[in-house]
Design a protein around this ligand. Structure first.
Ligand code: THU
Length: 135
């Protein structure tokens, strides 16, 4: 049992709100800010496909709305299912890794691995040699 089980549970709840009629991949993300608060998001698609947005970045947007520009991300969990509710392994996409790193350079990232196990990694290992404007 991980110390971040609450985030895994909350991400599984969040994916039930997903709007994903095109991909039928339902994704939820839940994060803990450095001050201990939880925020979540789900993916929201659009018929103009490129305008949709991922669960992880929507959770980050909710956190920034609540805490402002000083928001720091401590940990984030991701869950996903198909339309029948079967769990699917969804590691965060490249754009979400970049956004996670922006707010949490030391963030823990949890997701279902291909073998059905929960993988917990540091964002620095998922996105090594990452781009940053900060010097
Ligand atoms: N998706 C996420 O929400 N997070 C990811 O890390 C990968 C992909 C969503 C975006 C889109 O709505 C659907 O999954 C299929 O790409």
């Amino acid at each position: 049992m991980t110390m971040h089980q609450d985030l895994l549970d909350e991400s599984a709840l969040a994916l039930k709100q997903a709007y994903a009629p095109y991909s039928q991949l339902y994704v939820g993300a839940a994060l803990r800010s450095a001050n201990g608060k939880l925020y979540s998001g789900c993916n929201v698609e659009s018929g103009a496909f490129s305008t949709g947005s991922c669960a992880e970045r929507n959770a980050i947007a909710a956190a920034v709305r609540a805490e402002g520009a000083s928001f720091q991300l401590a940990a984030i969990a991701i869950s996903a299912t198909d339309r029948s509710g079967n769990a699917l392994p969804i590691p965060p996409c490249g754009s979400c890794r970049q956004m996670i790193r922006e707010f949490g350079p030391d963030a823990a990232v949890l997701f279902l691995g291909a073998q059905g196990d929960i993988i917990q990694a540091q964002i620095g290992d998922l996105l090594p040699h990452s781009f940053s404007l900060a010097t």
